[in-house]
Each structure stands twice: as structure tokens, then as C-alpha cells.
Write a protein that binds this ligand. Structure first.
Ligand code: PLP
Length: 415
């Protein structure tokens, strides 16, 4: 990301952004809400809530098969949403976008469809120790079924993927390298472009889990050099239950269907059935139409925000957290990656993360505690979990101040 003059960062106004998110304006346990659980899910702006509500009020119908006006409107909005997501991710064609229920479903789709049809005994899938369970377990399931192996790429004590170790694992047995763009547990920004370059030079495919990165900066899947990119709308100010798999066209064309049912067929008969073309081949059943429309509304909303300035604003929040953390005795940041985004994970000496989380909640501050669906990483770091504060475009310096007041109060109750 290019450096920008300070005055432009200063021009970003999180207070104005906050006003677009009605949920933020409330008291929780008697205190104004400080929402710092954005890595789990982001809040929704009014325009997204409206888009979903308007769809159900005016246009609701099933897509693709209907001949009536409402079905036509719903189909148009649904396919327009696919185009919006394609443009957002820099996809050459909208057909390369497959609707899924989210990141988890998208990874499972690749693991089941590509993995089961391709992997052989002795083949390898590499994932990093930093992965969310949803980028580990689907690969383990497919490995069990095919005789392939899943191996973890080591991470350093600072919580970064060890690129030297990746190089020593890369050989002709490796068929897939699947890594996240930003670690949801530590905030580490992984050099996915470089990882993709190395993996592809060794003949492997690359899947990037963009669940955490999409909300922080613009993505261009072509520039990343990956074969698959997955994301969830709910971490991008959109609704839950919708996300996408983006894939390289030649791979998607060659992959067999994952789920069978309506929509994914060309012709059903006995004894044989033929399948629809991509993306419909992978979209069996009635899709989440309102979800797709809500996701597109979230992307349209983001287009009204200076994203570079927003990213600088979030970086400034994290930088202030790190400064204040140095002033609290017994507070240890977990993971010290050189490049981190949006996440401050920590431990407070003499306390359990869930106790800290509960004490913060009593003060109206929402954070997440625990292993963050990254148990292998917690094992690697030798800890049971962390307290995680995660930031978004509507968080303010006041939120950081409140977080540290809360941490100090929690600490005083334990000492
Ligand atoms: N990958 C990462 C890095 C995540 O942070 C998450 C959710 O926290 C997921 C995958 C799973 O996303 P979802 O539950 O939306 O499928």
C-alpha cells in the first residue's frame, strides 16, 4: 500500500461512518457499545439492511426459472450482484464467482470437488499453522478419502509464515497450498503473492482464504496470482450465510459438481444426467438471493469510502493499541508480526482470556476470547487462547481508550 500524506488520513471521519451503522448507537450493560469483534463479524450499514428488506418487500421470487416479472427482477438483481462481486475482486468474468454460504463452504467446495477428483495417495496439501479450522479440516477430510496428506507450513515465534520452511516443503508431491491472507487470530498479513509465486513455481495450486482481508483493503485476485479465493460477506458489512468462491476458469470448468439438485443440471434422465455450465454447476438448490443482494449493497457502500484512508485509520488504531499495551504491566501481545492488520491479540498475566472478555463486556466492550478456531496455532504458541480486539472502519480512538480503561479495570480486579 502506498504511503499517503497525513492530512488525507486525518480527513477520514470514522464518526461519520459510525452513523451509517444503527446498531452501534446503543448502551450495553449501561455503557455506550464499543464493538471490537469485527474479525468475527462486522456490523451492517443501514443501506445493506434496507436492500435486504426492500428485496423481500418488493421483488421476492425464485431466480432463473420463473417467467413472471418478480422472478425476472429477482434474477436480474441476483446476477447483477454476482457482477458487483466480480468487479470488487477483479475477476475477469462474473462466471468465475460461485455463490456459497461463506468462506467455510467455499473451501469445502474446492476440497470436495477439486480434491476428491484430483488428489492421489502420497500427494500433499500444505496449510499454515496460522489457519482457521475451516482451512484445515476440509483438507483433512479429503486427505482421509484420497490417501493424500495435509502438512502444516511452520510459523515463526512472531506468528509469521516461515517462507524458508515453505520452500523446503515444496516439491512435486505438493498439489495445493492453502493459506489465509490475514490471520484471524493474530492479524498477521501473509505475503500471499509471494507464497503463490513460490507454490506455483513448484507446480502446486494456491487457495487464498480472504475472510479477514476483504474488509481491510481492495483485492485483485488476478494480481494475487492465486487459483482460488474465498470470502464471506458478513465480514465485509454484508449479511451472514453468503460468500463466494472465485476460481480460475479452466479449473472450475474441469471440476466435477459438489452438490446435486436443481439448477446445477443441464438434463436429468435415467441412467445419466448432464450438468449445467459454471457457475450454476456448483449452485444446486435455491440460492441465498437476499444474501447476494445484501452483499452487493455492502460492496456498493464500500465504494463510497476512501478505502486507503480507512486502512490508514485502522492502522493508526492498531498502532495506538500497541503503544498503550506497552504501558500495562503484565499485558503481552500475542504474535508480533512485522505486518499486521486490524487485530490486537493479547494475554493479561494472572487472568484467563474469558474472564477478561466478560469483564470487558460488563463495561460495554465486545471482544472475542478463546482459540479463535485456530487450535493448532494456539498449540504452536503454547497458550490456550487470547483476548482479541479487532478493528473496523467505524472504530475510533475513543474505542481504543475505552478498551484500555477496561483492561486496566479488569487487571485491578484480579490483582
Ligand atoms: N477463515 C478465516 C481466516 C476466518 O477468520 C474465518 C471466520 O472467522 C473463516 C475462515 C470462516 O468464515 P465463515 O465462518 O464465514 O465461513
Amino acid at each position: 500500500m502506498s504511503a499517503r500524506p497525513m492530512n488525507i488520513a486525518a480527513a477520514f471521519d470514522p464518526e461519520r461512518v459510525r452513523r451509517d451503522f444503527p446498531i452501534l448507537d446503543q448502551l450495553v450493560n449501561g455503557h455506550p457499545l464499543v464493538y471490537l469483534d469485527n474479525a468475527a463479524t462486522t456490523q451492517k450499514p443501514e443501506c445493506v439492511i434496507e436492500a435486504i428488506s426492500n428485496y423481500y418487500r418488493r421483488d421476492n421470487a425464485n431466480v432463473h426459472r420463473g417467467v413472471h416479472t418478480l422472478s425476472d427482477r429477482a434474477t436480474h438483481a441476483f446476477e447483477q450482484a454476482r457482477q458487483t462481486v466480480a468487479d470488487f475482486l477483479g475477476s475477469p468474468r462474473p462466471e468465475q464467482l460461485i455463490w456459497t454460504s461463506g468462506t467455510t463452504a467455499a473451501i469445502n467446495l474446492v476440497a470436495y470437488s477439486w480434491g476428491r477428483s484430483t488428489l492421489q495417495p502420497g500427494d500433499r496439501v500444505l496449510v499454515s499453522w496460522l489457519e482457521h479450522h475451516s482451512n484445515i479440516v476440509p483438507w483433512q477430510l479429503v486427505a482421509e478419502a484420497t490417501g493424500a496428506e495435509v502438512l502444516p507450513i511452520p510459523v515463526t515465534d512472531s506468528g509469521e509464515i516461515d517462507l524458508g520452511a515453505l520452500d523446503s516443503l515444496l516439491d512435486a508431491r505438493v498439489k495445493m497450498v492453502a493459506v489465509n491472507h490475514i490471520s484471524n487470530a493474530l492479524g498477521t498479513v501473509n505475503p500471499v503473492q509471494e507464497i503463490a509465486r513460490r507454490a506455483k513455481a513448484a507446480g502446486a495450486l494456491v487457495l487464498v482464504d480472504g475472510a479477514q482481508s476483504v474488509a481491510h483493503w481492495p483485492i485483485d485476485v488476478t494480481a494475487l496470482g492465486c487459483d482460488f479465493f474465498v470470502m464471506s460477506a458478513h465480514k465485509l458489512f454484508g449479511p451472514t450465510g453468503i460468500g463466494v468462491l472465485w476460481g480460475r476458469a479452466s479449473l472450475l470448468d474441469a471440476m466435477p459438481p459438489f452438490l446435486g439438485g436443481g439448477e446445477m443440471i443441464e438434463r436429468v434422465g435415467f441412467p445419466t444426467t448432464t450438468y449445467n455450465t459454471v457457475p450454476f454447476k456448483f449452485e444446486a438448490g435455491t440460492p441465498n438471493i437476499a444474501g447476494a443482494i445484501g452483499m452487493a449493497a455492502a460492496i456498493d457502500y464500500l465504494a463510497t469510502i476512501d478505502r486507503e484512508a480507512a486502512a490508514e485509520h485502522e492502522a493508526a488504531l492498531l498502532a495506538r493499541c500497541l503503544d498503550l499495551a506497552g504501558e500495562v504491566a503484565g499485558l503481552r501481545r500475542v504474535g508480533t508480526p512485522a505486518h499486521a492488520a486490524g487485530i490486537f491479540s493479547f494475554l493479561l498475566e494472572g487472568t484467563h482470556p474469558s474472564d477478561v472478555g466478560m469483564l470487558l463486556d460488563q463495561q460495554g466492550i465486545a471482544v472475542r476470547t478463546g482459540h479463535h478456531c485456530a487450535q493448532p496455532l494456539m498449540d504452536r504458541l503454547g497458550i490456550p487462547g487470547t483476548v482479541r480486539a479487532s478493528f473496523s472502519i467505524y472504530n475510533t480512538q475513543e474505542d481504543v481508550t475505552r478498551l484500555f480503561e477496561g483492561i486496566r479495570k479488569a487487571k485491578s480486579l484480579f490483582s
